[in-house]
Each structure stands twice: as structure tokens, then as C-alpha cells.
Design a binder for this molecule. Structure first.
Ligand SMILES: Nc1nc2c(ncn2[C@@H]2O[C@H](COP(=O)(O)OP(=O)(O)OP(=O)(O)O)[C@@H](O)[C@H]2O)c(=O)[nH]1
Length: 762
């Protein structure tokens, strides 16, 4: 059954707009008190445009809402010297938030990646959206990351959304570091957060640092790898954290703390030795007398190997807001996360040294047209050259190549593999497309792939996927009709939706076959609301949305068979087709199509495509609600076609026969079921539970987390419309929740009857 990552929406549009207004206001102040890298700084960047591939880190920051992703990013840019003043999320003047507002206004560039250098390394920080309102946005980011930093609120430990993104990162095999942020916050607990990483994420944490103090007393940390204390100025509120002291931890400083740190270091060394044979051998051969003399560099290398092998995750801590712990985090990124060289991608070697890049984000810019973010996997990208888009099968000219250094863009003539860049001029490219140097290079890569896969005896079918490494797009769960303000504006609406779809492939648009109306399909309530809002603001079109509807599906519970004949005379030609088929439930989403063994081979060869088209089109409309069918296997038992009959008649007859078979069997409606996690204070618990019961919710667990309660439940999506507003009312705005698709589940007969009545089908 389809599970998969889905929209997690923790913020309603009102909050979103409120934040937008706040940040827009703040932007007016922004120009006065922010001083960005001066022109000279930008020029000097030109000298360090192409670092060796081993020094590149393409990383993402992933976190639950409000864990401190933006604040941490801002500190990274500040300490690396690319911004001259620290922004504050609460004042709305951070670089990334600033760009997010630009995106909302559709004026210039938004941040899908920011580049900066640290300690001789080039770090491309790729945006993984804080709210996973747009699943595909997260997927497309993860697709091009080599490593990630998971930021946690140390007082809350692992929260719902972190689990979702963590699972996505697992799917993409991305090595990670954990940063326990907000160590200064009342209720922050290092050990609680580490335990929750073990329990909830089933990860093996390698504790590389111990905090010095917690909550208000948090003043720095002990680096267990080097056995040094790292301290920041505790008392000055003006302190920007740029200056900090690193010194060896000795017994004389604090005997108790020294002992604790030594024990923690020994645990770390034993853990790493268990995970890494090379390190275990080194210890046995050279340091069997005691662990104290093991050099930090040897331990670092072993931690790096364990991280890259996905057997453990290093854990660091700090407080981004209080400017503590970010520089050691940056060091850890360069030390433990992989360079592009450490990551192998099958399809890259088939392109040899020729260009192969993936477009992972498209942004519509009013002045410059579409801007496409690309990750280069092999070869070199040059400006003013033609490139070939494999997915769209077209050749386009790329006019400019830019590096997004903090909030500046630096134009460059060319860029080599491993890098992330922003291109101007690619007008047809969409998110997820593969870009290569020419059509001939795709053919050459396909030949190499074929040879390689034959040698390995691998399934040829995977070859296409590997050459076109794209982004997986889940099916939308919500839809509604959309209408332009007038018939004359219909082409404008079509154009706006076309542009938005290029940016966001999870947005689907289709035409209702009965009413001819345009239907907008999206990943969540907020997704559709934001698209609506963007059409109004960016394309100046006031559109009308119909009521939001849940995308149900239908299936069958028993086997049946049917036959059908279509006999039409059009003009002089007679079209006569007879079909017989059998349908039964199956576990694959389908349609799973099979043919009786005695069907004539020639007939199959001529009409297979038409038969399959007929079945696929019938699959789109189930007999109960007209929703798509799933989990049905079809066997075509017989087919006779009078010579001269058209292919379209074959499809039509197959389609009709399938619908006949459906009518003879028992049908069921499947509805999307969501995993819901609500964090709230105990006083509201009973009201929230009562409300969930009304929504056909099934509460699975109620956990305690610091001062709060966490309710874990599953609820049908149809009952979750407007939940953010209702929950806010019930809890006086104090609760947060996240929601993700669990699976499609059969409705019970009673609920199904109610739904059919409500929709006017009974
Ligand atoms: N006490 C404390 N607060 C912090 C820290 N880091 C961030 N915050 C606060 O936490 C709130 C959220 O911070 P952000 O940096 O916007 O978090 P985020 O993860 O980017 O949030 P979203 O983008 O909305 O998901 C803000 O009010 C910050 O000031 C920290 O280290 N300590």
C-alpha cells in the first residue's frame, strides 16, 4: 500500500501570512542596519571559485519547525565571513528568511542553496524546507545532498517532523550529524535528547561533545575528541560568539568534570572501535596501554568512516541563538560529512567525463526568466553553451552561470563536478530533469550502461531510471476546481499553472472529463492555499477555488469476469471488437495486466498498447465515486478484432468491458489515513481527545515530553480539514501538530454509505 512521505503542515495560511507581514515590515528596517559583503568581498570570491572536489560539502539542514534551522544557518554565514551583521529570526532580518519573503513576492531570487567557505572547504548549504508542506521540495533537496545536519531543540528531543525527514534521508542514504540546539533554553537536556535519538530514530549516536552547563548555565562544551574545553563569553549579551577560547581540559580545572569527560571519551573510543575495524586494529596494535594517547586525528578519521558507512551519527551541541557551538559544528561538517567524491552514483560513471547535472529547483524570476538550480555530477558546465535536457528531449542554451554566495550571486564562466550552481536561460527545464552536454552523450551513456548492466546481469529495466536520475513524485491527496476571473483570462491561468508546475512538480492540473472544469491537485490544504495565493500575487489573477476535496480511491474485494462487444459502422467502415476479461484483487497498486497464454501473438503485438490504454483509462474512474482504482489485476482472456477496426475502438471496448466486470463485483472506497502528532499542554488534553473522537481518530499513544503531552493518533484525512484553526481554538493557540500520510485504508461500510450519500451517489 502506498505509504510515502507526505505533506506535514503545522502552520495555517493565516500564521504564514502573519509571518510574511512581520518579515516584510522588518525588511524596511533591514536595509538600514544590515551591511552585507561589500563589492570587494564579492570580487575576492572569484579567486576561489573552483575548490578541489574533496573540499566540497553539499549539505542540508533538516529540522522540526522552530528547532533553529534559520538561526543556525545565519550564524554559519556570519562566522564564515559572508555577512557582516547577525540577523535575528524574531526581527525578521535573516538572510534565508529575507529570501523566503522575496520568494513569496515572486520578485527575485529565493534561496535553494547558499554557498560559503569554511576552513578551506566550500560548503553549499541546500535548503530543506522547514515546513514539509511541499514534500517534493524536500525530496528534491535530499536528492542532491551528500550529507545533512539534523538540528534538534534540546528541550524537545526528536519531534514528529524530524522523524519524517530522517526517514527520507535514510531512503536517500545520506550521512548525518546531529546538532542539539537550544542548550541555553530552560528544560534543555543533553541526555534526554540523545536518548530520544536512540529510541525514536533507532540511530547510534556518537557523543563528540559534552555541554558545560545546561539551560541558563550553558557556557560552552568539551570536545571529547581533542579533550579541550571550548568556551564563549557567558555574560556579555552583545557577544557575537566570534571569539571563543579553546584549551586542554585538565584534572586541575574540575576533577569531577574531567573524570566524566574521560569516561565519555573512552565510551566514544570503544563505540568507534566496535564500528570500524581499521580503528580497532590501530588501538590493539598501537594504543593497547591506554586510550589517552590516541591522537585526535586518528579518532576523527575513524568517526568519519563510521558516519559515511551510515553505522553511526556524531552528536554535537550548542545554542545558535546565544552564539555558542556553531564554529565546532562547521568544523564537524568539514571533518565528518562526505565530499561528492565519497558518494557513488551509478549513472555518473556512464557519462564518463561528460556533463551530467540534475536540475533540483526552478524559480520563476520576473526579470531573468526561470532560474534553475543544478547539481553537477560529472563534467563541466560552461556559460553560453547548448545543453541537452534528457527528460524533455530538447536542447537549450544556457546564458549565465551563478554561484549563490550568501545573498550575493557571483557570475562564473564554468563550474566542475560536485558543485551546485544557478543557471539562467534554461526555459524548458523543470525540477528533476537531467541535463547533459548533447543528445549524443546520452546515447553513449546508455550504451555504457547497457554494457555494464549486462556484465553484472542486472535488470535492464533499471537502466532508464539510472540514466534519468529524477525526483520521485507522490500522488496528490487533495483537489479542487479552479476558475479564472473571466473566460478571457483562461489562457493566463493556464500559463500561470504551467510555470508553477515547472517549479513544483507535486502540483498537478487536470481537466474534469464530465464538467470540463480545471482541477488543481495538491499535497495538502496549505499547499493548495499557497498556490492560490501565488497565482493572485505573482500572476495578478483572482481565481476561484471550489471546495477542497479528498482524493479517494476505489478497489474490489472479489473476482469477476465480463465480456463485451463493440460494433459500430462509421462511414463505410465497420469496427467490430470483442473482449473477454477477468479481474481480481491484488496487492500491487496496479493495474497489473496479464494475458491468457493462448492469445495469438500477432494480435497481441498489434493491439497490446490499445488494450493497455483502455484499461488505464478505465482505472481512472471507479464505479462508486468516480475515483481512481487500485489493487486490481486484469487478465485479458480473449480479444477478436475485425480487420479494419480502429485502435480507438479496441481501447473503448476494453474500457467498457473492464467497467462491466467492476459492476459485477463488490467495490470498496479507500480513504487516505494520516499519522497525526499533537504537542500540547496537559490542561487541554481531554478536549483535544474528545475532538479527535469526533473526527474518527484512533489514538495510539499519549507520551510525556518535558512539560508537555504528545498525542499520537491516526485520523482520516477527510476529517482534518481546517484542523489548524480548530486546534488553535481548543488550545488557545498553544498546541502544534504535524500530519503525514500513512496509507490508504478501506472505509467501513457505515462510513462509506455516509460518504456516498453526502456526495449524492445514493
Ligand atoms: N533559546 C533558544 N532559542 C533559539 C535558539 N535557536 C533558535 N531559537 C529561537 O527559536 C525560534 C525558531 O528559530 P528558527 O531559526 O526560525 O527555527 P527554524 O527551524 O528555522 O524554524 P522554521 O523555519 O519555522 O521551521 C526563534 O524564535 C529563535 O529565536 C537557541 O539556540 N536557543
Amino acid at each position: 500500500k502506498p505509504t510515502g512521505s507526505y505533506s506535514v503542515y503545522t502552520e495555517c495560511l493565516q500564521c504564514f501570512k502573519h509571518r510574511f507581514v512581520q518579515n516584510t515590515r522588518a525588511r524596511h528596517r533591514y536595509d538600514f542596519h544590515r551591511r552585507y559583503s561589500c563589492q570587494q568581498d564579492v570580487k575576492s570570491l572569484r579567486t576561489i571559485i573552483s575548490p578541489p572536489i574533496s573540499k566540497i560539502r553539499n549539505i542540508g539542514i533538516m529540522a522540526h519547525i522552530d528547532a533553529g534551522k534559520t538561526t543556525t544557518t545565519e550564524r554559519m554565514l556570519y562566522y564564515s565571513g559572508y555577512i557582516r551583521a547577525l540577523g535575528d529570526v524574531d526581527d525578521g532580518d535573516t538572510v534565508t528568511d529575507f529570501m523566503a519573503q522575496e520568494r513569496e513576492r515572486g520578485i527575485t531570487i529565493q534561496s535553494a542553496a547558499v554557498t560559503f567557505d569554511w576552513n578551506g572547504h566550500r560548503i553549499n548549504l541546500i535548503d530543506t524546507p522547514g515546513h514539509v508542506d511541499f514534500t517534493v521540495e524536500v525530496e528534491r533537496s535530499l536528492r542532491v545532498l551528500d550529507g545533512a545536519v539534523a538540528v534538534f531543540d534540546a528541550s524537545a528531543g526528536v519531534e514528529a517532523q524530524t522523524m519524517t525527514v530522517w526517514r527520507q534521508a535514510d531512503r536517500h542514504s545520506i550521512p548525518r550529524l546531529c546538532f542539539l540546539n537550544k542548550m541555553d533554553k530552560a528544560g534543555a537536556s543533553f541526555s534526554f535528547a540523545v536518548d530520544s535519538i536512540k529510541e525514536k530514530l533507532k540511530a547510534k549516536p556518537l557523543i563528540l561533545q559534552l555541554p558545560v552547563g545546561e539551560g541558563k548555565a550553558f557556557s560552552g562544551l568539551v570536545d571529547l575528541v581533542s579533550m579541550e574545553t571550548v568556551t564563549w563569553n557567558l555574560h556579555s549579551s552583545e557577544d557575537d560568539g566570534r571569539v571563543f577560547a579553546r584549551k586542554s581540559l585538565t584534572e586541575a580545572d574540575d576533577p569531577k568534570f574531567f573524570k566524566e569527560a574521560m569516561e565519555a571519551r573512552n565510551v566514544l573510543i570503544e563505540q568507534v572501535a566496535d564500528l570500524d575495524d581499521e580503528f580497532a586494529t590501530l588501538i590493539l596494535e598501537e594504543y593497547s596501554d591506554g586510550f589517552n594517547s590516541i591522537p585526535a586525528e586518528k579518532l576523527q578519521l575513524a568517526i568519519r568512516r563510521a558516519t559515511l558507512a551510515h553505522v553511526a551519527v556524531p552528536v554535537l551541541c550548542g545554542s545558535a541563538l546565544k552564539n555558542k557551538g556553531v564554529q565546532p559544528l562547521l568544523d564537524a561538517i568539514t571533518l565528518y560529512l562526505p565530499s561528492p567524491q565519497d558518494c557513488s552514483h551509478d549513472f555518473v560513471k556512464w557519462y564518463d567525463d561528460e556533463l551530467c547535472a540534475l536540475a533540483f529547483k526552478v524559480v520563476q524570476d520576473k526579470q531573468r526568466g526561470p532560474l534553475v538550480f543544478v547539481r553537477i555530477y560529472s563534467g563541466t558546465m560552461k556559460t553560453q553553451t547548448a545543453v541537452h535536457n534528457v527528460n524533455q528531449d530538447c536542447t537549450e542554451r544556457m546564458s549565465r552561470l551563478l554561484l549563490p554566495f550568501a545573498d550575493q550571486q557571483v557570475e562564473i564562466p564554468s563550474l566542475s563536478s560536485g558543485n551546485i550552481a544557478l543557471t539562467v536561460g534554461l526555459k524548458k527545464t523543470a525540477t528533476g530533469d537531467t541535463i547533459v552536454s548533447s543528445k549524443a552523450s546520452v546515447a553513449a551513456a546508455a550504451r555504457r550502461a547497457e554494457k555494464d548492466l549486462d556484465k553484472k546481469g542486472r535488470d535492464r529495466k533499471t537502466q532508464g531510471n539510472l540514466v534519468l536520475a529524477g525526483v520521485e513524485i507522490p500522488e496528490p491527496v487533495f483537489f479542487c476546481t479552479i476558475e479564472p476571473p473571466s473566460v478571457a483570462r483562461q489562457p493566463d491561468l493556464e500559463n500561470a499553472l504551467k510555470c508553477l508546475q515547472r517549479e513544483d512538480p507535486s502540483l498537478k492540473v487536470r481537466i474534469d472529463p464530465d464538467s470540463g472544469q480545471m482541477i488543481l491537485c495538491g499535497m495538502g490544504e496549505l499547499h493548495i492555499e499557497i498556490i492560490h495565493d501565488r497565482i493572485r500575487r505573482e500572476y495578478k489573477l483572482q481565481t476561484y477555488l471550489g471546495p477542497l476535496q479528498v482524493a479517494y480511491r476505489e478497489t474490489i474485494t472479489s473476482r469477476s469476469s465480463a465480456s463485451d462487444t463493440l460494433d459500430r459502422t462509421i462511414g463505410d467502415a465497420r469496427h467490430l471488437v470483442t473482449v473477454e476479461m477477468d479481474i481480481k484483487p491484488c496487492v500491487e497498486e496496479g493495474p497489473v495486466i496479464a494475458y491468457a497464454e493462448d492469445l495469438p501473438a500477432q494480435l497481441l503485438k498489434d493491439f497490446k498498447e490499445a488494450i493497455e490504454n483502455g484499461i488505464h483509462s478505465a482505472f481512472l474512474q471507479g464505479p462508486l465515486l468516480g475515483s481512481p482504482m487500485q489493487d486490481v489485476a486484469v487478465t485479458v482472456l480473449a480479444i477478436n478484432v475485425l480487420p479494419g477496426s480502429s485502435i480507438a475502438m479496441v481501447s473503448a471496448c476494453v474500457s467498457r468491458c473492464f467497467q462491466k466486470a467492476l459492476k459485477k463485483t463488490e467495490n470498496l472506497i479507500l480513504e487516505p489515513l494520516m499519522n497525526l502528532e499533537i504537542m500540547l499542554s496537559e490542561e487541554y488534553l481531554s478536549n483535544v481527545l474528545a475532538d479527535l473522537a469526533k473526527r474518527r481518530g484512533n489514538v495510539q499513544d499519549i507520551q510525556s515530553r518535558a512539560e508537555s503531552k504528545v498525542v499520537i493518533a491516526s485520523v482520516p484525512l477527510a476529517e482534518m480539514m481546517g484542523y489548524s484553526t480548530d486546534l488553535r481554538t481548543i488550545t488557545s493557540g498553544s498546541a502544534t501538530f504535524s500530519l503525514e500520510l500513512s496509507n490508504y485504508e478501506a472505509m467501513n461500510p457505515h462510513d462509506q454509505q455516509i460518504l456516498l450519500k453526502k456526495k449524492g451517489f445514493l
